[in-house]
Design a protein. Structure first.
Length: 279
């Protein structure tokens, strides 16, 4: 446990930076907001330390199988950072914030076409919403969605480059898939492939389904309020990050299933060879 502690502390510090970043770049004089952000940051840090310092995690998947969690965290960190810089430009403009604002605006307009996830995000807003809020939402959604696509593509490239999960190193299913019980009924390979396909389909559909769900909730009398920049940042980041994360999980599960299948084939071939030699 002790040799894992430095790495766990470093990861906890990054988690705290992620949670505090929008609040630090976009100051809020509300004392309650300060306390809530501090509480969430402390909880996130403690959870990270416990999961990464323990002998085996309880919830975090692929802890000892990089770069799965590194790519996911980098994607979320980059998304929150870009959106925070964009909205900081409204109160403290600079060349950096102007660059991010112009980039986000161009990307948002380019991706905002019929039936695109960005268009659905814009359409979910109730009638009469301020045009400035619509513009901010379009820019944030376009940039976030593009970053999520790049993160998935980069993840697939890394899997190919590093032959993940590595054939030369042991892959511990109990540690890297703590919520998956390989002994609970059914063939492991079939279950992993099924879960992988479900995650891939769900990750692809969620960017389209979430705006529809929010729109339905608004029609029932609980409209979402995105006037606050911090609320908009976390809402759009979650909308873009969660589907990409689920999609990457589906790809990873499919790769693990393929690895186990190949190991079985090699084991069967080895047993047959040994049986022939005995005869």
């Amino acid at each position: 446990m002790l040799f894992r502690l430095p790495g766990a502390l470093a990861r906890a510090a990054l988690v705290v930076m992620l949670i505090v970043m929008p609040f630090a770049l976009l100051p809020d004089s509300n004392t309650d907001s300060t306390q809530i952000v501090a509480l969430i940051a402390i909880f996130g840090a403690l959870f990270t330390i416990v999961e990464y310092s323990a002998k085996s995690p309880s919830l975090v998947e692929f802890r000892d199988a990089p770069p799965f969690n590194r790519v996911r965290f980098s994607a979320l960190f980059g998304t929150v950072l870009c959106l925070s810089v964009i909205f900081r430009g409204e109160n403290a403009p600079s060349e950096v914030t102007a660059f991010f604002q112009n980039s986000g605006s161009q990307i948002g307009l380019a991706i905002d076409f019929a039936y695109s996830p960005v268009r659905l995000m814009v359409m979910m807003m109730p009638e009469g919403t301020d045009a400035a809020v619509i513009q901010r939402l379009r820019d944030a959604a376009g940039l976030s969605y593009l970053l999520s696509l790049f993160s998935v593509i980069w993840f697939v490239i890394l899997l190919r480059l590093y032959h993940w999960p590595r054939r030369t190193e042991a892959f511990n299913v109990w540690i890297n898939l703590p919520t998956f019980d390989p002994t609970s009924g059914g063939d492991v390979v079939k279950r992993l492939r099924r879960d992988g396909r479900i995650n891939i389909v769900l990750g692809f559909l969620l960017p389209f389904l979430v705006p529809a769900v929010i729109k339905m909730a608004a029609l029932l009398g609980t409209p979402i309020n995105l006037d606050s920049a911090q609320t908009l940042i976390w809402t759009v980041s979650a909308w873009a990050f969660l589907p990409a994360s689920i999609l990457m999980r589906g790809i990873a599960l499919s790769r693990v299933a393929q690895m186990i299948h190949l190991q079985r084939l090699r084991a069967y071939a080895r047993d047959e060879t040994q049986g022939v030699m005995v005869l």
